[in-house]
Design a protein around this ligand. Structure first.
Ligand SMILES: NC(=O)c1ccc[n+]([C@@H]2O[C@H](COP(=O)([O-])OP(=O)(O)OC[C@H]3O[C@@H](n4cnc5c(N)ncnc54)[C@H](O)[C@@H]3O)[C@@H](O)[C@H]2O)c1
Length: 266
């Protein structure tokens, strides 16, 4: 159902790989709510994923960008401005990948080359995207930038591996750049800390199914799914959240503030 919350707005959505991706749902809901969007993902993901189907259906061009290459990030912003005929209003960073998790290396035996790459893909890329927008003054006043994160940035979840530090950096970038971008153009920068969700990135974490069930029992509302996360993103791109910035916002059914749960104790 559309309330046209994003009517007249334009934005970039990264990270839609397949229909399970959180950003896939965000892209669909942005268009449903009246926005015009550009999709982006790493060139390799385009070969693996189904993004062209989404692109055609939503009438949204795909601008390929491997975020480890800063020149490609700058080009992404330039090409998006060309496409929109000027500035745009919102940006979603929905990018994450752990090389150590993928290759089965535990936290106590990290490969540091892979670890650097994980930080680059999953955290520094947020800074690169925001900096490119900031330097090109690409985002309209009162625009909104969002990144997706996970509570392992603040508490220990042993199998989340070096992604924990990646998310801590990501959340810190939202605070620091939120200050600078707020001063420059009233642009807000926030992260959403989402429940565990069944996606390609999520399912890579060891014992993910057990963990999903644990998290659900620890959350009075149950786990938040990708669809409801997308609804929350829409609200944060809309003008109803103009004064919210530099925050890490929990979207987790209450998990983050639950100390003990009867469902688990019983
Ligand atoms: N799934 C979960 O349980 C969960 C929970 C909290 C937060 N998140 C976060 O949500 C975001 C989206 O993940 P998802 O769960 O939808 O999984 P996903 O696997 O669908 O999305 C991750 C995306 O990152 C992209 N990516 C990887 N390397 C890239 C690169 N070099 N350049 C550009 N793009 C690249 C992938 O192609 C993919 O589209 C991530 O930041 C993830 O950490 C996920």
């Amino acid at each position: 159902m559309s309330n046209n919350l994003l009517k007249g707005k334009k934005g970039i959505i990264s990270g839609a790989l397949d229909s399970n991706s959180i950003s896939w749902k965000v892209a669909e809901k942005c268009v449903e709510q009246g926005a015009e969007i550009v999709l982006t993902n790493a060139p390799i993901a385009m070969r693996m994923g189904a993004i062209s189907e989404l692109s055609e259906r939503l009438n949204a061009p795909i601008i390929p960008c491997d975020v480890t290459d800063n020149n490609q990030v700058i080009e992404l912003v330039e090409k998006s401005m060309d496409h929109f005929g000027g500035k745009f209003d919102f940006l979603l960073h929905s990018i994450g990948m752990s090389l150590n998790v993928r290759k089965g290396k535990p936290y106590t035996d990290l490969n540091y080359d892979w670890t650097h790459k994980t930080y680059d893909i999953s955290a520094l890329s947020f800074h690169k995207m925001i900096q490119a927008c900031y330097q090109k003054e690409a985002i309209n006043d009162w625009g909104s930038i969002l990144g997706l994160t996970y509570i392992a940035s603040q508490r220990v979840f042993p199998d989340y591996n070096e992604m924990a530090e990646s998310k801590a950096i990501l959340e810190s970038i939202a605070r620091s750049f939120g200050y600078h971008y707020g001063k420059q153009a009233k642009v807000r920068v926030n992260t959403i800390s989402q429940s565990p969700t069944v996606t390609t990135a999520g399912s890579g974490v060891k014992g993910f199914d057990d963990f999903l069930s644990y998290a659900s029992k620890m959350s009075p509302l149950g786990n938040a799914d990708a669809d409801s996360c997308a609804d929350y993103c829409i609200s944060l791109f809309s003008d109803y959240t103009r004064m919210v910035t530099m925050q890490n916002l929990f979207h987790d059914g209450g998990f983050s503030f639950t100390g003990a749960s009867n469902d688990l104790l019983r």
